[in-house]
Design a protein around this ligand. Structure first.
Ligand SMILES: *[C@@H]1O[C@H](CO)[C@@H](O)[C@H](O)[C@H]1NC(C)=O
Length: 313
């Protein structure tokens, strides 16, 4: 909270550590924010943990769709655990320093897991598209091996690119301020601290954002577009309404996640303001892992039935 007490001349150790300012602009809300984020973290762990468990335990949920959902819940737990615990510790202790290497590691993990999330959401949309628009070929296309390949591909394909991107950003020279006006080590606030030319980095960030965020987003929109047009042709009005409400809630979280990500990573550096960046990144790091289990699974009849069965045992 008292970062102003550190004069910039003291930053001789600038290459050793950064300071994550987090929410220091609202000093009176520190305990409220701690409580809020703690509750959110617990919700994320419990809801995703339950879904992971029942999709593994219930024999009725051994289908490709639940295989993806199970891995997705696991991913959400990892993803939230990269940013939230550190944030909670910072709010609790009011000690905000983070070493250079920890900051780089955090950024790399966030980027890798965010890329996985983008790909996995696209895989899940494709799975629903094939299941509904092409039901006869579905068992032929979504064989177990194919599912494993799609999931493994989602996890692995982001890794080399994101490690390269992190390495490139952290090999920039950092001089002057070491105060990161953010609650985790995200690209825009770190690039802001770099001195020297960041043009190449910004190009790289935009290219990666287009490939990893915009392309999966468009694929999802196409899948859901076809899905919805198929659903509209369904004869029964009730199944039409049900399918439509499922699709629209999926689309809502998809737009929230990809929209906030695209605005953050595709905006030119000059138009970044710390306040907007913080709010936007809350959506793609914390809000989506919290609401995804409810939208994707807990609204689902089969999951609710499996949950009841588990609880009644
Ligand atoms: C999710 O998939 C990845 C890639 O195949 C795998 O490494 C990971 O263990 C899976 N997680 C779970 C919990 O099934």
């Amino acid at each position: 909270m008292n970062h102003q007490e550190k004069p910039p001349e003291e930053n001789l150790t600038k290459l050793m550590e950064f300071v994550l300012l987090g929410f220091t602009d609202v000093p009176h809300l520190q305990w409220f924010l701690f409580g809020l984020f703690l509750v959110i973290y617990i919700i994320i762990l419990i809801s995703n943990g339950i879904i992971f468990l029942i999709t593994k335990l219930d024999p009725a949920l051994q289908t490709p769709m639940y295989y993806f959902i199970s891995n997705f819940s696991f991913l959400e737990i990892c993803y939230a655990s990269v940013t939230l615990p550190r944030m909670l510790i910072n709010l609790w202790t009011q000690k905000r320093t983070i070493s250079f290497i920890a900051c780089a590691t955090q950024m790399c993990c966030v980027l890798v897991l965010a890329a996985t999330e983008c790909f996995l959401l696209a895989v899940m949309a494709y799975d629903r598209y094939v299941a509904i628009c092409n039901p006869l070929h579905y068992p032929l296309i979504m064989k177990h091996k194919m599912c494993i390949q799609l999931v493994a591909g989602s996890w692995i394909s982001g890794i080399p690119v994101q490690i390269g991107q992190t390495f490139q950003i952290f090999s920039l020279p950092f001089c002057g301020s070491n105060l990161i006006n953010h609650f985790f080590c995200d690209i825009p606030p770190i690039l802001k601290l770099a001195c020297g030319d960041t043009f190449v980095n910004e190009m790289m960030v935009s290219t990666v954002a287009v490939l990893f965020v915009t392309v999966p987003f468009l694929l999802i929109l196409v899948s859901y577009g076809k899905l919805i047009s198929t659903i509209l042709k369904l004869s029964s009005a009730t199944s039409r309404t049900r399918a439509f409400s499922t699709c629209s809630s999926h689309l809502m979280v998809v737009v929230l996640f990809f929209g906030s990500g695209m605005i953050t990573y595709l905006r030119p550096r000059t138009s970044h303001s710390a306040g907007t960046d913080k709010v936007l990144s809350l959506f793609y790091t914390i809000v989506t892992p919290m609401i995804n289990p409810m939208i994707y699974s807990l609204r689902n009849k089969d999951v609710v039935r499996a949950l009841r069965k588990l609880l009644c045992k």
